[in-house]
Write a protein that binds this ligand. Structure first.
Ligand SMILES: [Zn+2]
Length: 324
């Protein structure tokens, strides 16, 4: 069959090329400088995290104990902190009980919990509010949150509310950095961090941070997860911090990205915050990186001792309340 070529002006009009639709969350957009990208750091592939850390930890005995609940009587101006393990704390001030990053799970997917939570979940007092610092599985544990939810409010970073809305909380407050919310007698302000917020891969639109918590005349800072960055001085300028809950573990992480602090970094951040007492966290419970579980606290003791700050460091035992 003979086909005849059409000249340019005879060609039918091409339909206008359809614009490709890209999901807003996948669209490349400029991230703030403290948002760490997903690209692994140099040399990340040289070690095998599953073989070196995850597999051997399956055979490790879980240690620690769930203690009998003990909730001190608090005078005005006092707060009590009970470490549950990892980044989870119960913060009590007279007439108000707050949980931060509660996680009672025995497993993070394939990663075994190596220390018992300090208290039974059902031994908790009535919880008036819950704070979650970011959507990572070790901080936002949907199973634990579902058990705690009893029509109280929950506070999460921007774009994380969708992960907790169906769990039974009365109200979800989403905060941007430096935004505050008043929860009864307690005021909560979200603080910046050098980290990232995606729970999976494509949801990098989720916010992340830490919290300044003003309760009963005291200010507690929960750092969330963060690498060292110069923002700690600014956080300390906003409010004088009495007690800083600082992460000291998971620095030798498999992706080799700068997303967590070494004990030395955390001590520097504490000094720049101008905080009164350093309470270490985020070590020993879940093995998330290559450094052995004993290393973060011993490095902290060493560097705090060398700088004359050891009397400001307060190690908590899981389940044992401490009044500040
Ligand atoms: Zn994290």
């Amino acid at each position: 069959m003979k086909t005849s070529k059409l000249s340019a002006d005879q060609k039918p009009d091409k339909p206008a090329r359809r614009k490709r639709k890209i999901l807003p969350r996948l669209r490349r957009r400029k991230k703030p400088s403290n948002h760490v990208g997903l690209k692994p750091g140099e040399g990340w592939h040289k070690r095998n995290f599953l073989a070196e850390v995850v597999w051997p930890s399956l055979f490790e005995r879980r240690t620690g104990e769930r203690r009998a609940p003990e909730f001190p009587d608090l005078a005005d101006g006092q707060v009590s902190l009970t470490w549950i393990g990892h980044a989870s704390f119960l913060l009590q001030s007279p007439g108000f009980n707050l949980l931060i990053d509660p996680n009672w799970s025995r497993w993070l997917k394939v990663i075994k919990r190596l220390r018992e939570p300090g208290l039974e979940l059902n031994a908790l007092p009535d919880i008036d509010a819950v704070l979650v610092t970011h959507a990572h599985f070790d901080h936002l544990d949907r199973r634990t949150l579902r058990k705690i939810a009893a029509e109280q409010p929950i506070v999460v970073p921007r774009n994380v509310g969708g992960l907790v809305q169906d769990l039974g909380f009365a109200r979800t407050h989403e905060l941007d950095v430096w935004e505050s919310v008043q929860l009864g007698p307690v005021r909560v302000t979200m603080t910046p961090a050098h980290h990232w917020g995606a729970r999976m891969l494509a949801d990098s639109h989720r916010g992340f941070g830490g919290y300044l918590i003003e309760a009963g005349g005291r200010t507690i800072f929960h750092c969330g997860d963060s690498a060292y960055f110069p923002g700690f001085a600014e956080i300390g300028k906003r409010l004088p911090v009495d007690v800083a809950l600082m992460p000291i573990g998971a620095y030798d992480n498999p992706s080799k990205r700068e997303v967590h602090m070494t004990p030395e970094d955390a001590l520097r951040a504490f000094v720049e915050l101008g905080a009164g007492t350093f309470v270490p966290m985020h070590y020993g419970t879940f093995q998330l990186s290559y450094e052995p579980a004993w290393e973060p606290p011993s490095r902290l003791i060493e560097c705090a001792g060398a700088q004359g700050l050891l009397d400001r460091v307060c190690f908590l035992r899981e389940g044992e309340p401490r009044v500040f």
